[in-house]
Design a protein around this ligand. Structure first.
Ligand SMILES: Cc1ncc(C[n+]2csc(CCOP(=O)(O)OP(=O)(O)O)c2C)c(N)n1
Ligand code: SF4
Length: 310
């Protein structure tokens, strides 16, 4: 089992401001640093929540790619993890539970020049919003979808989620759930995602690379991040993942869909790394080729809009 690029201890999650790797990485000697992407709002997540590690890794990945905050949009639904857009100094939309993916697709179609990040929890993405993921994948629209999976509903104080294992106990299921969990990786591979990877909130070096590669990829990038909820899911905390997280086998070929599915289906461990990548045509480019005009919309007259709705 490998936890080789973790910079935190198993019992302790990453802390806010712990940008670490990448802050002075490639392309950052001049220009934007990870800290430049901070909105200045301090996250309200519990101390030790895995989502801090994801946020810090996003800061570093944005700095590595030198993404212009004016050309970035971060879209979420509702959940602890969905608070993330508020912490990044860029355009953001904290929308309705389960609707992050369709909103992100709309943003990308409206302005294909934008880098669009979509973020949220396993409940947001695979329970109430599960129906949207298949369509984003089959269209291969160029958004990067980051799911922070804690196997629980965090914001609503600990109910069973679609990724909770059989037997998991929570306030909603005091005798243990009898429902089989969904496997987000297997679903996205089957739906046709063209960049499918898994990271762990406590392995920032690998996560930064997966996020940066996902953003570089032209098409639907899905990054499943194991992100412990230290308050409502103690059964799947850092110690649990430390025992089960393992690097991808060195001989895995990232164009081997069936091999990727076999690794994703292995329930005895959580492989991390890039599972699958392919170069299927991207949706907005397809629209453009079909003759549809896709141009950045004219700047919005905010005053006129406020007047219209007042
Ligand atoms: C339409 C609707 N249904 C239910 C809720 C209540 N609700 C808010 S967040 C949430 C689940 C949160 O879990 P998850 O998406 O996994 O995110 P986490 O908080 O664990 O990061 C639920 C059921 C809501 N806000 N809106
Ligand atoms: S309740 Fe869980 S998911 Fe929400 S902030 Fe706290 S540790 Fe994170």
């Amino acid at each position: 089992m490998s936890d080789n690029n973790s910079k935190t201890t198993a019992a302790q999650g990453p802390a806010y401001g712990d940008e670490g790797v990448g802050a002075d990485g490639p392309g950052c000697a001049v220009g934007l640093k990870a800290a430049d992407y901070k909105s200045g709002k301090r996250p309200v997540w519990c101390a030790g929540c895995g989502d801090y590690g994801v946020l810090n890794s996003i800061f570093n990945a944005l700095a590595e790619l030198q993404v212009d905050p004016d050309n970035l949009a971060v879209i979420s639904g509702i959940g602890c993890s969905s608070r993330l857009p508020g912490y990044i100094k860029t355009y953001g939309f904290h929308g309705a539970h389960g609707r992050a993916v369709p909103v992100a697709c709309g943003v990308k179609v409206a302005n294909p020049a934008l880098t669009v990040l979509t973020v949220g929890g396993d409940g947001d993405g695979f329970s109430i919003g599960g129906g949207h993921v298949s369509h984003a994948c089959r269209r291969n629209i160029d958004i990067t979808y980051i799911v922070m999976d804690n196997e629980i509903y965090g914001l609503t104080k600990g109910q069973i989620s679609p990724t909770s294992p059989v037997g998991a106990r929570a306030k909603s299921n005091p005798y243990g759930t009898v429902e089989s969990p969904v496997n987000p990786m297997l679903l996205v591979l089957a739906y046709g995602g063209t960049f499918v990877a898994r990271g762990y909130a406590s392995q920032p070096k690998q996560l930064v690379q997966l996020l940066a590669d996902g953003m570089r990829h032209k098409g639907l990038s899905f990054i499943h991040v194991l992100s412990p909820c230290v308050t409502f899911n103690k059964a799947a905390g850092y110690d649990f993942f430390k025992e089960r997280v393992q690097d991808m086998p060195a001989d895995h070929k990232t164009d081997d869909l069936m091999g990727a599915m076999r690794l994703a289906a292995d329930e005895s461990r959580f492989y991390t790394g890039l599972f699958y990548k392919s170069d299927r045509p991207e949706y907005t480019e397809g629209l453009r080729r079909s003759g549809r005009k896709l141009e950045a919309p004219p700047p919005v007259d905010i005053e006129a809009m406020i007047h219209q709705f007042s």
